[in-house]
Write a protein that binds this ligand. Structure first.
Ligand code: PLP
Length: 378
């Protein structure tokens, strides 16, 4: 298999597995225990916390380990809504990940007001629209997907933070897709990340909480994580996250993705790369082959051993048109002809070249099937 679906999940790095194994076998103690094995587990948690803090460039006490980004995003929204109920406005975008979209819906259900900023053809928000929203009423939170999981387009987070802070609003960034891929040059109040997107296991992630900002935990109980996230710590998962963070310190290059795109667009000039000229993750390409059915392409590519995803549905088997492409002004036919390929540092140049050739062959086959079908039906 040539795996080009890293934005969905990444393979576990062997070095991450190696770091975790002792904490799944001989060293299984509870990190709260007051004997030697417990202290060892606690030390491993602290070590992991320092690696994650160094990766994000925050203080280690600002790192709260969670079960993943979905939990982190939910925790931020619930906390801000609870602590500042008088500031009713949440500002977000129409192109969020499902976790952000659903949290915004909950915000409304709890009596809050939501402004969903649109994006342009390049997938970028308009900062003038953000300012207008901030002026309209007292916003509690601006919650924005830093890099889009479908298109890889990167929002201008530094400008977003500066503007939101001018109006006294807090900022949450879903940075899940940024980690290990692009430099994070903005100081947000809350940041969500997920281990399985950068070669750690699934079910572990973190929420970064700026130490100057009040935070109300989503999960209460034993008071772990400084009272900010109760529940016995997932020591092996956290150790894996720490090791993955240490390995993700240097952002990946775009060489494979660029070579892949160049090969596709040279042989298929009608192909449309979404957000091509916008700031984009170096590992992601969202590409439309106009008139070619992406669902059919996916089947052919799967048969040929290429794992990628359709631009039209990333988290369920339903083929709803992508809300992200819709927000960018593309119609459902365009979305239904879109595929997403996402690379990780574990891919090779040969894989990129072979995959591009296979994609082109599959598109040619789909075009031949399409023209045979239209000859039969006319
Ligand atoms: N945010 C983005 C941008 C994602 O791509 C994902 C994963 O699909 C999530 C949030 C959710 O992360 P997790 O799987 O850790 O809950």
């Amino acid at each position: 298999m040539i795996y080009l679906d890293a934005n969905a999940t990444t393979p576990l790095d062997p070095a991450v597995l190696e770091a975790m194994l002792p904490f799944l076998s001989e060293n299984w103690a509870n990190a709260s225990a007051n004997y030697a094995a417990g202290r060892k587990a606690r030390k491993a948690l602290q070590n992991a916390r320092e690696h994650v803090a160094a990766l994000i460039d925050v203080e280690d006490r600002e790192v709260v380990f969670t079960s993943g980004a979905t939990e982190s995003i939910n925790a931020v929204h619930a906390s801000v809504r609870h602590l500042w109920p008088q500031n009713r406005l949440l500002i977000t975008t129409k192109a969020e990940h499902a976790a952000g979209l659903q949290c915004a819906a909950r915000w409304e259900q709890s009596g809050g007001e939501v402004c969903r900023l649109g994006v342009d053809r390049s997938g970028l928000i308009d900062l003038k629209e953000l300012r207008k929203a901030l002026q309209s009423s007292q916003a509690a939170l601006v919650s924005i997907l830093w890099a889009n999981n479908e298109t890889g387009i990167i929002q201008p987070m530094r400008e977003i933070v500066a503007m939101a802070h001018e109006y006294g609003a807090l900022v949450h960034a879903d940075a899940v897709q940024m980690i290990g891929k692009a430099p994070m040059d903005a100081k947000v109040d809350f940041l969500s990340l997920s281990g399985h997107k950068f070669h750690a296991p699934k079910g572990i992630g973190a929420l970064i909480v700026n130490q100057r900002v009040r935070f109300e935990p989503l999960l209460v109980g034993g008071g772990q994580e400084g009272g900010r996230r109760s529940g016995t710590e997932n020591v092996p998962g956290i150790v894996g996250l720490g090791q993955a963070a240490a390995l993700a310190m240097s952002p990946c290059s775009g060489d494979l993705r660029n070579a892949f795109e160049a090969q596709l667009t040279r042989d298929w000039p009608e192909a449309v790369i979404h957000g091509r000229h916008a700031p984009r993750l170096p590992n992601t390409t969202s590409i439309c082959f106009p008139g070619i059915d992406a669902a059919g392409m996916l089947i052919l590519l799967d048969q040929a051993g290429i794992a990628c995803s359709a631009g039209s549905a990333c988290h369920t088997s339903s083929l709803h048109p992508s809300h992200v492409l819709e927000a960018m002004g593309y119609d459902s036919a365009h979305a239904a002809s879109t595929l997403r390929f996402s690379f990780s540092r574990m891919n090779t140049f040969i894989e990129a070249t072979q995959a591009a050739e296979t994609v082109l062959n599959s598109a040619r086959k789909m075009r031949a099937i399409g023209s045979a079908h239209s000859r039969l039906t006319t």
